[in-house]
Write a protein that binds this ligand. Structure first.
Ligand code: PEP
Length: 249
């Protein structure tokens, strides 16, 4: 039986004490959860949450990182600093980074290669806006994000990469892609990856869906053959809403 990858993106929420409290609750309530679970608190809470999740089945993730290892880059956080704290995965190219902070595919790709170089598993976020979808540009946009995001990734490294399909119009809006629509885009992503890396790599690639995932739609989404997990924003901020998603089956 395949295991699913459920990740919580806490975004710019929670003080250190609040983050520790939520991580502690999740650690207890998900102790016997068989899925791969990741939580990504704000940078300021990473070291405190690292202590809570150390040795548990919950992985520590970051929401972003700088494209350089170190140096004169005011305000950036380095992959080396994340690694030092026990961070195991990093969310890259989230639509909020792409649209509010103008991150390009090239920048996202530099970060992704750097994460892989240091053994941190990247979650590469891709997704179209409503305007792009309605203009029949979904495949062009998502295909470009996938291909440019993976540029230079060796076949042996692909197994460490997760792709998160997050339609921008579904993030934080309460609108979810139907399981059928999401599955069709996931199948398209798999096809793109197959063209780059071959059938076996495409089959084993983990593709999460993100966009208003809740306890009441998680099971239908993850029942689809091409949906291997969820990247959860709003519903990851409370144990009572995140735990049922991670325990959707
Ligand atoms: C996200 O930010 O990655 C996300 C999917 O948010 P939400 O679940 O709130 O739509």
């Amino acid at each position: 039986m395949r295991s699913y990858y459920i990740a919580g993106n806490w975004k710019m929420h929670k003080t250190v004490a609040e983050s520790v409290a939520l991580a502690t609750e999740l650690k207890d309530k998900l102790a016997s959860c068989g899925e791969k679970v990741l939580i990504a608190p704000a940078f300021t809470a990473l070291s405190a949450v690292a202590v809570v999740v150390k040795g548990t089945n919950i992985m520590l993730g970051a929401q972003n990182m700088g494209p350089e290892e170190q140096g004169a880059h005011t305000g950036e956080v380095s992959v080396l600093m994340l690694k030092d704290l026990g961070v195991r995965a990093v969310i890259l190219g989230h639509s909020e980074r792409r649209h509010s902070y103008f991150e390009t595919d090239e920048l996202v790709n530099r970060k992704l290669l750097l994460a892989l170089k240091h053994g941190i598993e990247p979650i590469l976020c891709v997704g179209e806006t409503l305007e792009e979808r309605e203009g029949n540009r979904l495949e062009e946009v998502v295909g470009t994000q996938v291909r440019k995001g993976l540029t230079g990734v060796a076949a042996v490294e692909l197994a460490k990469v997760t792709i998160a399909y997050e339609p921008v119009w579904a993030i934080g809006t309460g609108k979810t892609a139907t399981p059928e629509d999401a599955d069709a885009v996931h199948a398209f992503i798999r096809k793109e990856v197959k063209a780059l890396y071959g059938e076996a790599a495409a089959k084993s690639l983990c593709i999460q869906y993100g966009g208003s995932v809740k306890a009441d739609n998680a099971a239908q989404l993850m029942a689809k053959p091409n949906i291997d997990g969820a990247l959860v924003g709003g519903a990851s901020l409370k144990a009572e809403t995140f735990v049922p998603i991670a325990r959707f089956r």
